[in-house]
Design a protein around this ligand. Structure first.
Ligand code: ACO
Ligand code: OAA
Length: 383
């Protein structure tokens, strides 16, 4: 390609630009499908644990029973909140967003890691697993301290998803809730060259380290056009008003009226639309089924009414479909998470995808450095 920028080649937002190969996941908007290392994500969500999916994304194959046992043992041994990290978290104001706490925690993890500067695949696999194991404690404790509650120690008899809920709420979670939560974690784990993963790859392409890449990716995920949308969805539900005494139909009617007014005011409604999927997000049906199970479990038809009303009105007015952040928002609300904890939950899961991409980028690295077309003042000189 010529080094003299051709303005006709400008692709704002890199829309439609194919930047590199990846063998980690395949997003196919034509068939509305998503494969992790060749496996449909729906099959993985139905039949696998989050630990198995993490192993698959990092290693390319599902684990044997022995490999899984070893992997689980390592994950379980890394779940406690490092006392130094706890001091750092405690020193951060509760007015800060929990995503700022996550970003700080990832950075502190790197600064305290003996392997920080070692970017061999072996060291990166170790650091990725350590971060994956440790982040739930940060997310769970941060929500608890904001509620004036103490740290809960992890339980090594529970799987990743059940332990995450245990450390957040200090109660043995119901199997229905664990399953819905685990499905959300699996669906959030990986999605090719999305903005935060691309950020991680850009950082890695400079031969910087894994924790720097993850820290930067957390910053990219925070925005409401990306991961921050799951929080914004629930803020919309709250703005419309969640009335537990309302029927499905009553709630749906109010939600439709809210959406009609929002679209008439040319508002962008978070949780809808996607850069790649234009006919619906491949993950939504699976997460919607998990949300339906939660709604039945908690007996909350009015939440479904709000969900259906917004979705239907948006579809009728603009034909724009929900993305994954749309069903996860109300699902996390029903599970009892506070809204500002929603995007940190996404972080805890996406750490797997980001770090898989860090390792892949290093396998055939090329510095990521596109061109720009200058449109500032013509050359001029100091008087
Ligand atoms: C897990 C995830 O990160 S999924 C994404 C989460 N993000 C959100 O939910 C934020 C809301 N959605 C959006 O802002 C967008 O749909 C994006 C950023 C996700 C994708 O954006 P793009 O591919 O750049 O599409 P773009 O924003 O140009 O939208 C195309 C048209 O659809 C409209 N549109 C897209 N999404 C929405 C929405 N959520 N609400 C209202 N209108 C929308 C745009 O206004 C635009 O209309 P126009 O052509 O009349 O100007
Ligand atoms: O792919 C994207 O652009 C955003 C997304 O859905 C994700 O990161 O899961």
């Amino acid at each position: 390609m010529t080094q003299v920028p051709n303005t006709e080649e400008i692709k704002k937002g890199l829309a439609g630009v194919v930047v590199d190969y990846t063998a980690i996941s395949k997003v196919n908007p034509e068939t509305n499908s998503l494969l992790y290392r060749g496996y449909p994500v729906q099959e993985l969500a139905a039949r696998c644990s989050m630990e198995e999916v993490a192993y698959l994304l990092w290693n390319g194959e599902l684990p044997t029973q022995d490999q899984l046992a070893e992997f689980e043992a390592r994950e379980r041994s890394g779940r406690s909140l490092d006392p130094v990290l706890k001091q750092v978290v405690d020193a951060l104001p509760t007015t800060s967003h929990p995503m700022d706490v996550c970003r700080t925690a990832a950075s502190v993890h790197g600064a305290r890691n003996a392997l920080a500067a070692d970017s061999s695949r072996e060291a990166n696999l170790t650091k990725a697993l350590e971060l994956f194991a440790a982040m739930p404690a940060v997310v769970a404790y941060d929500q608890r301290r904001r509620r004036g509650q103490d740290l809960i120690e992890p339980r090594s008899d529970l799987g990743y998803a059940a332990n995450f809920l245990w450390m957040t709420f200090g109660e043995e979670p119901a199997p229905e809730v664990v399953r819905a939560f685990e499905v959300s974690m699996i669906l959030y784990a990986e999605h090719s060259f999305n903005a935060s993963t691309f950020t991680a790859r850009v950082v890695t392409s400079t031969l910087s380290d894994l924790h720097s890449a993850v820290t930067a990716a957390i910053g990219a995920l925070k925005g409401p056009l990306h991961g921050g949308a799951n929080e914004a969805v629930m803020e919309t539900f709250e703005e419309i008003g969640i009335r537990t005494d309302e029927s499905h139909e009553e709630a749906k009617t109010r939600a439709k009226a809210w959406m009609d007014a929002a679209l008439a005011a040319k508002k962008k409604v978070m949780g809808f639309g996607h850069r790649v999927y234009k006919h619906g997000d491949s993950r939504v049906p699976t997460m919607k089924a998990a949300l339906d199970d939660l709604i039945a479990f908690y007996g909350r038809p009015e939440v479904l009414g709000l969900y259906d009303g917004l979705e239907q009105s948006m579809d009728e007015a603009k034909g724009i479909k929900p993305n994954l952040d749309y069903p996860t928002g109300p699902a996390y609300h029903l599970m009892g998470f506070d809204i500002p904890t929603f995007t940190p939950l996404f972080v805890a899961s996406r750490i797997v995808g980001w770090t898989a991409h860090v390792m892949e980028q290093l396998e055939s690295n090329s510095l990521i450095r596109p061109l720009s077309a200058y449109n500032g003042p013509d050359e001029r000189h100091l008087d």
